[in-house]
Design a protein around this ligand. Structure first.
Ligand code: BGC
Length: 255
């Protein structure tokens, strides 16, 4: 077990990649605060699965775009488990709208949920880690689109581009406190965010064909990467992003 006795917070933790991360961290021995926005029944089911693995998870409903709610998550981890060792800034949404048609409301909500939450999640978790002494780890769940434009998903790309620099800047600033900040950049993964593509056989065939490994990824592959990065096995990795995309970003357009 790579994370025995560690305490983690996972934002957006009751579905998709977040839920897989919760289960993998539990498998590796961590106790977890599961942040969620809707579907309390999914959170309860996860709490039970974590308990069956011999660890403890508590679900907290919060709006991660609000600083006060993020502070509540940190406070809950400290109250329940005494400390925080790992912050996983995972909550994310996308609107699939272009520069030309994105509304002010869409822009603000994507940037707040994806980027503002990661910025202040990093800040508040790091303050607690510094208070405790002994370092810690912050993992930002980004995307191949922190580097790679996705036409028609402009605000999302912007938020992930911001997350790229958050990982790098915070990684440099927090290094002296022995806090590592690492980005994980998934490619196309089978989660609710990609439902429309996954349910359209033609679109799915096209997507699979664009991925060198020939298939969309699983949430579990991303989760195992997070557990590795959070563990002492990754003790010299900080201020960078690890892409987990089956080679998607490097594929050639065949010109
Ligand atoms: C986006 C998906 C997209 C995938 C690969 C992800 O970050 O959320 O909508 O399919 O990147 O392009």
């Amino acid at each position: 077990m790579k994370l025995k006795g560690k305490v983690a917070i996972v934002t957006g933790g009751n579905s998709g990649i977040g839920a897989a991360i919760v289960l993998e961290l539990a498998r590796q021995g961590a106790n977890i605060v599961i942040d969620y926005r809707s579907r309390p029944e999914a959170t309860e089911a996860l709490e039970k699965q974590v308990a069956a693995l011999g660890d403890c998870a508590i679900g907290i409903r919060a709006d991660v775009s609000k600083l006060a709610d993020l502070q509540m998550l940190v406070d809950s981890a400290v109250k329940e488990f005494g400390r925080i060792d790992l912050m996983v800034n995972n909550a994310g949404v996308e609107t699939r709208t272009s520069v030309l048609d994105t509304t002010e409301q869409q822009y603000e909500s994507v940037l707040a949920i994806n980027l503002k939450s990661a910025f202040f999640g990093t800040q508040l978790a790091a303050r607690q880690m510094i208070l405790q002494g002994g370092g810690g780890c912050i993992v930002n769940i980004s995307s191949v689109h922190e580097d790679w434009p996705m036409p028609g998903n402009s605000a999302y790309c912007l938020s992930k581009g911001g997350m790229r620099m958050l990982t790098r800047t915070a990684g440099v600033e927090l290094g002296p406190h022995h806090i590592r900040v690492v980005g994980v950049g998934p490619g196309a993964v089978a989660t609710p965010i990609n439902e429309a593509t996954l349910e359209d056989p033609q679109a799915l065939k096209k997507l699979n064909a664009a991925i060198p490994l020939g298939r969309v990824g699983t949430p579990e592959s991303i989760a195992r990467t997070v557990a590795f990065l959070a563990s002492d096995e990754a003790d010299y990795i900080t201020a960078t992003t690890l892409f987990v995309d089956g080679g998607l970003m490097q594929q050639s357009p065949g010109l």
